[in-house]
Design a protein. Structure first.
Length: 400
């Protein structure tokens, strides 16, 4: 018999308290994005499958279905590609660059039994139609300010650049197969196997490629990478990254930054500067972004672009983990009889105006209301009877 009390693998219910926390995160991010001049955009939950062909997402990770004409549709696994579709076909190119923000669900199949969500809420920004230094700085500043707007402080933004690995690979290996193998090892920071691959198959200077997994840390990493750079392309990448890093430090963001030249994920998707965000105590990436100047070509346009996406669900988990178990001040207003309800509503309105979280009691008796408060749900019960108020104080106030 089918168990109709559980959800499909990868899908999760959002319980009271959790849902409000998540919604609060979304609202704070929207405010942070708007403050920096970004405008909201939304795209359909269902798109034609071909929209995501340039996103380098494996077909098996997508939720696909057919429309009435037999065409393949996909539940949106990515937000960036649909936004570029809109920018390429519906927005005035004379008004570029566009600064856009979104907060939408994405759907991606993860391996079963790994406790990962297949439905994820992402909030993020896209700067479409702007290349170069200024846009790279702006998108990273926006990422940092978004975390700060959520009251987060223990986070790091790791900066890298796809161009450095590409430059090293071109002068180190004579086949795409070897380059792809090296990229996987660099991403895993598998120094031993990468050293073996370089020793056996690399051509030219082996030092830079062999050292790539170790090139992470502070500003000194950029100096080392520059000294190892085997050609002008690699040097130009590091100088650009150094320019971005130095400006961010001059703006007071140094404590939030680190360098990792081993960020080579999705190398066919990103084309330049890339970055990831991590929270203290949470191992997973909660923010991912970078430059993708060629992605819009799938829609017949050449729009240099950069942006990032924040995993709102992971942020909510981190905030819930660090949140205090009790929040003082919740009030339950209990009316003795029907003729007391008008006075009770007045009391409730006064509490709302004072910014005090409160609600009307649904219990039939005062004792039931008091027992509810004693459970930790409320710190106070206001009892209304014959037009008079009587207050019962408790030490609770636990979030539900």
């Amino acid at each position: 018999m089918r168990n109709n009390k559980i959800t499909p693998v990868g899908m999760f219910d959002m319980l009271p308290g959790e849902a409000s926390l998540k919604r609060n995160i979304e609202e704070q991010l929207k405010t942070a994005f708007t403050r920096r001049g970004f405008c909201e955009i939304t795209t359909p939950t269902l798109e034609f499958y071909d929209v995501f062909s340039a996103s380098q997402l494996p077909q098996e990770s997508m939720y696909n279905l057919f429309d009435a004409q037999g065409r393949i549709l996909s539940l949106r696994p990515d937000v960036t590609a649909p936004i570029l579709r809109v920018c390429a076909g519906k927005l005035d190119p004379q008004l570029m660059p566009y600064r856009l923000w979104y907060c939408q669900q994405v759907f991606r199949r993860n391996k079963a039994l790994n406790a990962r969500r297949d439905e994820i809420t992402q909030c993020g920004v896209e700067i479409v139609g702007a290349g170069g230094f200024r846009a790279d700085v702006e998108v990273i500043v926006t990422a940092i300010e978004s975390f700060l707007a959520l009251g987060l402080d223990g986070f790091k933004i790791e900066l890298g650049h796809i161009g450095y690995f590409k430059a090293l690979a071109e002068c180190s290996f004579d086949s795409k197969e070897l380059s792809d193998r090296a990229r996987t090892l660099v991403e895993r920071k598998d120094f031993a196997q990468l050293s073996d691959l370089v020793e056996r198959h690399a051509i030219g200077d082996r030092r830079a490629m062999g050292s790539l997994p170790t090139l992470f840390g502070g500003k000194e990493v950029l100096d080392e990478a520059l000294s190892l750079a085997p050609n002008s392309d690699a040097k130009a990448v590091i100088l650009h990254l150094k320019e971005v890093y130095d400006l961010l430090c001059s703006l007071g963001y140094e404590k939030y930054l680190s360098i990792d030249l081993g960020l080579v994920h999705a190398i066919d998707y990103y084309t330049g500067l890339v970055f990831r965000g991590y929270l203290k105590g949470l191992g997973d990436v909660v923010l991912s972004g970078g430059r993708y100047d060629t992605l819009s070509e799938a829609f017949g346009a050449g729009l240099p672009s950069t942006g990032f996406a924040i995993d709102v669900d992971s942020i909510a988990i981190a905030l819930k983990k660090n949140a205090p178990q009790k929040s003082a001040g919740r009030v339950l207003v209990h009316c003795h009889a029907a003729e007391d309800f008008k006075r009770g509503e007045e009391e409730l309105s006064s509490l709302f105006e004072a910014g005090v979280p409160a609600e009307m009691s649904l219990f039939d008796s005062l004792s039931e209301a008091i027992n509810k408060a004693k459970s930790g749900a409320f710190s106070r019960v206001v009892f209304i009877s014959d037009g008079k108020s009587e207050i019962y104080e408790f030490g609770g106030g636990k979030d539900e």
